[in-house]
Design a protein around this ligand. Structure first.
Ligand code: PHE
Length: 460
């Protein structure tokens, strides 16, 4: 129980909320996933679409999710049940709860790698290795079933411990001091990376779009990455909004969170790609990208071992503050809808996510069929890649489309506006918000999905 008299909670201040929201948004999505998908989809043109999605689609979806959450004070299922009782909308909420498990399963596995990398970097494992040996070290590490499952378990346990503490004591406190330090080390990495001999090729990759190489699938991946990075489409921002006080300004909070998140992703891109090209590595490596490129950079930096260890510690922390916001969605569902105690809800959500992550943990070489699950258009997908695609992309796109249609056409922008005005009496951008949430976002997302259905080979 807390001051609110329930198992729910409230952020202590606007700053606390922005940091918790940014803590959710900033994580593996920015530093691990963004460079990996940008690299696989050609770089600059992908990044342009990603940035456009943030401004034109994601911002209004984030404002919509926060308003829905604060208005109803509920998890996504409870929110749809409150605003559209007895309708089928609740299934979209349930999809969000399911997506929470889907994403946390692979998220915790990759976050577990950061724990392994803290130990490896601190003990100097990489310092005598060349670029090929660093790649081999990564492959050996992730294909070791004991390490993969052990670190996944450890990471999920840390996440659950924080979640037992609840919203303010648990989530908010952790986000407060650590994010600025992460930013500092990232800037340092960027400086080193862009000054390596041969870095220009990486800068060109990031800044000179090759539009003719952009495929329909690349566009979809960019839109999906924007939702993933901003924690949209599965109800995280609905749930976090439900802990937000009425006097806070939803619009400026959303702009802050989106800006910080985008800044970190772009810095991660600037840290990774110049170094990658300087070392003659391929941008399309996929899930291992940062774990292969970064140790190479640390080897070329003064006090690299120290900065490297610090970096993986902070990346692990950034991942925890995101993972708690993912597992919090099923937990809040159990607390609100099933009237469970926070403790029981966190146990069940966390253990469920751990079990769902076992095949992902074994899908990087430990178990052959999980590693080579299927080939789609010439690219190999293991279990982790598949979960990442299904839940980290398609589910979030569908969930976000649902939120836009729901706020724009069912709940109505008039209701959304009056919720937003509670903490922002002028809300000068009401018309713009209405246009984007009613027309632009739904039409753009549906148009893209229809285009892909009609042109299956746009996936090639
Ligand atoms: N935004 C988080 C990240 O970038 C991941 C996330 C996705 C969190 C969906 C919540 C919901 O790491």
């Amino acid at each position: 129980m807390n001051a609110n008299g329930s198992e729910r909670g409230l952020w202590s201040s606007k700053m606390g909320f922005i940091l918790a929201g940014a803590g959710s948004a900033i994580g593996l999505g920015n530093i691990w996933r963004f460079p990996a998908v940008a690299g696989q989809n050609g770089g600059a043109a992908f990044i342009a679409i990603y940035l456009a999605s943030i401004v034109l689609v994601c911002l209004s979806v984030m404002i919509a999710e926060l308003s829905l959450g604060r208005h109803t004070q509920k998890n996504p299922v409870g929110m749809y049940n409150t605003l559209a009782p007895g309708s089928k909308w609740k299934y979209l909420g349930l999809l969000g709860v399911l997506t929470g498990w889907g994403i946390s399963s692979f998220y915790s596995v990759v976050a577990g790698w950061t724990l392994g990398y803290i130990v490896k970097t601190a003990t100097g494992v990489f310092s005598t290795l060349d670029s090929d040996q660093i790649t081999q070290e990564f492959l050996n590490f992730v294909s070791n079933p004991v390490a993969a499952i052990g670190f996944h378990a450890a990471f999920m346990a840390i996440t659950m411990l924080i979640l037992f503490g609840g919203v303010r004591a648990g989530i908010e406190r952790w986000s407060k001091i650590l994010m600025p330090i992460l930013l500092g080390i990232l800037v340092l990495l960027v400086i080193r990376s862009v000054t390596l001999p041969g870095a220009e090729k990486g800068l060109a990759f990031l800044m000179q779009p090759k539009w003719d190489e952009l495929t329909g699938r690349g566009v979809l991946a960019a839109v999906g990455q924007a939702f993933f990075s901003l924690s949209l489409g599965m109800g995280t921002m609905i749930t976090y909004g439900s802990y937000l006080a009425k006097k806070e300004n939803i619009v400026s909070s959303a702009v802050w969170i989106a800006s910080l998140d985008t800044l970190i992703a772009l810095l991660a891109g600037l840290a990774i790609f110049p170094a990658l090209f300087a070392m003659n590595l391929e941008p399309t490596i996929g899930a291992g990208l940062i774990f292969i490129v970064l140790p190479n950079i640390f080897n070329k930096i003064f006090l690299g071992q120290l900065f490297g260890t610090g970096f993986f510690v902070l990346l692990g922390i950034a991942a925890v503050t995101s993972l708690i916001s993912i597992v919090e969605v099923p937990a809040a569902y159990f607390i609100d809808e099933r009237k469970w105690s926070r403790k029981k809800a966190v146990w069940v959500s966390g253990i469920g996510a751990f079990i769902a992550g076992l095949p992902a943990a074994l899908s990087l070489g430990a178990v052959d069929w999980l590693t080579n699950l299927m080939t789609i258009e010439g690219r190999n997908y293991g279990f982790l890649d598949l979960m990442n695609l299904l839940f980290g992309q398609y589910s979030l796109i569908i969930g976000s489309l649902g939120v836009a249609v729901f706020v724009g056409w069912k709940w109505g922008t008039a209701n959304a506006n009056s919720e937003i005005r509670e903490g922002n009496p002028d809300f000068k951008q009401a018309k713009t918000f209405g246009f984007f949430i009613r027309f632009f976002a739904p039409i753009a997302i549906t148009g893209l999905l229809i285009y892909l259905l009609l042109n299956p080979n746009a996936f090639a």
